[in-house]
Write a protein that binds this ligand. Structure first.
Ligand code: TYC
Length: 150
């Protein structure tokens, strides 16, 4: 339920965010309300006889949306000091790359200055950036990586 509400809000606000407008709390409330209505009533309207007369409610229909979360590239940066073998091991440990693929990515970064280690939802990408930074810090290598929206 929490995800449904979040993605609906995200979907509705996507165009606005492109125009650099902040997400309004009221819009979150509207989307939440619609999600709740959709919970127990798939239909558009509802008539009930309550004994004292017929009450007609108008309910908003919630359309199921298949909005996907935005994805972020985790980009490794080249430097002159981090050993190639260390970068390959990081790509295997943090990005679950096979040895040959890890070697290919490392050589791409070495030759081009940067390269994509993987593409993930925001929080996964953020965790991977922190893991790389931590492994590099422990080994005292200057290896850096950044994330960028796809
Ligand atoms: N350029 C480094 C070297 O020659 C290797 C390297 C590759 C470093 C990729 C960082 O992200 C990197 N030892």
């Amino acid at each position: 339920m929490v995800n449904l509400i979040f993605y609906e809000v995200w979907e509705e606000s996507r165009d606005e965010r492109k125009m650099d407008t902040k997400l309004q709390p009221q819009r979150i409330a509207q989307a939440t309300l619609r999600a709740r209505v959709g919970d127990d009533d798939a239909g558009g309207g509802d008539s009930r006889n309550t004994g004292g007369g017929t009450v007609t409610e108008r309910r908003t229909k919630t359309r199921a949306k298949t909005a996907k979360p935005p994805l972020y590239k985790v980009i490794l940066l080249n430097d002159d000091y981090t050993p190639m073998e260390f970068v390959v091991e990081v790509l295997k440990a943090v990005f679950h790359r096979q040895h040959a693929e890890a070697t290919r990515i490392m050589l791409h970064v070495h030759q081009n200055g940067m390269g994509v280690a993987g593409v993930y939802p925001f929080e996964v990408a953020e965790t991977k950036v922190h893991s790389v930074e931590e492994l590099a810090r422990q080994a005292e290598y200057p290896l850096k990586c950044v994330m960028e929206k796809e």
